[in-house]
Design a protein around this ligand. Sequence first.
Ligand SMILES: [Zn+2]
Length: 66
Amino acid sequence: MMQWLLILALIVGIYYFFIRKPHRKESPKKQEEIMVECEKCGIYVSSKEAIIQSGKYYCSKECCLK
Ligand SMILES: [Zn+2]
């Protein structure tokens, strides 16, 4: 009997997951957070923290300046 409740909860969960998805587009967060590789040292940093210079990503100012 409990198994059916779990399956039902799972279906409802999946249902809400797909229903909610389109609403994410309306969020004010424009920039997606992606992982980018530092041009200098190869460390992966999030695009938010990375320094972009002449179209290349750097993990820190030190890598950027060198
Ligand atoms: Zn670096």
